[in-house]
Design a protein around this ligand. Sequence first.
Ligand SMILES: Cc1ncc(C[n+]2csc(CCOP(=O)(O)OP(=O)(O)O)c2C)c(N)n1
Ligand SMILES: [Mg+2]
Length: 564
Amino acid sequence: MLRGADIVLRCLRAEGADLVFGYPGGAIMPLYDALEGSGVRHILTRHEQGAVFAAEGYARITGEVGVAIATSGPGATNLVTGIADAKMDSVPLVCLTGQVRTPLIGTDAFQETDVFGLTLSLTKWSRLVRTLEEIPAVIAEAFYWARSGRPGPVVIDLPVDLLKAKMEFRGPVEFHPQPRPSQNNAEPVFADTAITLLQNAKKPVALVGAGAKLSGAIDQLRQLLDHLQIPTFATVHGLGAVEQRAPYYLGMVGMHGTRAANMALDETDLLLVFGARLDDRVTGDPIRFAPNARIVHFEIDPAQLDRVRPCELPVVGDLAETIPAFHSVLNRAALPDWSAWRAVACGAERAEPDPRGLAQPTKQFLDELFSRLPANNVIVADVGQHQMWAAQRYRFSTPRGFITSGGLGAMGFALPAAIGVQLARPDTCVLCVSGDGGIQMNIQELATVRRLGLPIKIVIVDNKYLGMVRQWQQLFYNRNYAETDLSDNPDFVDIAKAYKIHAWRLGEDALRQWPVSQETGDALERFLKSPEPELLVFECHPEANVFPMVPAGAALSELMLEED
Ligand SMILES: Cc1ncc(C[n+]2csc(CCOP(=O)(O)OP(=O)(O)O)c2C)c(N)n1
Ligand SMILES: [Mg+2]
């Protein structure tokens, strides 16, 4: 005979979830009572939002399901932002929430919230558990939906009486969904259409999104791109998927993408999309998006197709299967010579100029820092200007090496996510790049970092503003910097010290000398190599901006370049 709580933990282990993140409270106490000896390692964060972001960090780096646990009511509501984030960025996540006793459900009991209803539109699947007996099947199904197809978050709401009740446990079960007719692309039609489209294309391009890394089809994708040799660019979540040194690679596309990538996307007549949903940060004004392009869309989630306009050839399925199928079709056909187009799109005239303007020292600082990272590194960025600068300066070919809240854009993501990443990859150099605004949204997780002794390297790009919002105020709201001034920031070095984390400060002046002085170089080297947690406050010019920039609602061709 086992308690419901013991059964939950046994089932978690059966799913491979032996590292979980959470925060206890009344309705989930039986689960915490059962933790010891269960074989499940629980990481206590200092806020449930920290737990869910840490679980996401773990899931984003490993591709495995992340698990977050919270109590009912306020514990559960604190998970909501992370659930929404996981949905937007296709992160496999199982959230376990405690619930009030079954007979009290619906009575406005103490700490009762309708978590099921609250998260319905944010989850792939969710369940309020009603009987003890169904627990093994519910957990198996939850993990199945979290990781299957386009991954995403699920919620299991567990009434406390069921966690305490006992039953005979016959072991974990497996979930097998009803077989559905497959959406296989009928091979002959697919092959004919694909070949015709490519043979008629004069300016083809490839756009790589998160789906490329989620499918694990990196080698297959790189082989295909090497074969095609067409101008290629990535979304923020596609960074690292394409070999950086490939001569046809143009970097990031979209609102803060490179000029070359945005111009090629504006001019193309055939757009191959690999696992990207084409949201407005990538398309600019959807009406004027890639006006001459026919679209071939490789995508696992049919709901993402035809968002901007109908695509000529939808290729629905796991990219690990559809890319090789497409490649073998191409091997049968003679492709046009696109070298002249490639020379224009990838030519020196469109190359990125060296950093200049007020953001120059910050960009150089990031270049200097990134160039000193060991090959085995992961960058976890928060949300704002620093995030876009980090994405722009990212030069690695590691598919899961740049982690950020892209779809939801949730400030406060980076520090707790870095905790999940570092726990999953103890030997990796994890660099957390945050803003002075975002760090304060989950700064309490410095306690978690310290307690676990995680050697995370935290950089705060301190511009004393909610910089990204201030940039929009400067450019589009007549410099009315309403409520974005953070000049009364606390001293982050002192704060880190209070958490017993070594911290130091670097001014822009250190970057005016180029290359940097021996002293600065040594200090950065020590920072990155330290076996302990470290925090560095980089003082960024308050009015530095992120360029290039496609203003919201503008076409990609209306890109604003660096101010002089
Ligand atoms: C939770 C949350 N609240 C508000 C926003 C809106 N927002 C986007 S960027 C930004 C400014 C971030 O400031 P900071 O962390 O200092 O980064 P910076 O842009 O200055 O580099 C804000 C407020 C958001 N993305 N997430
Ligand atoms: Mg800031």
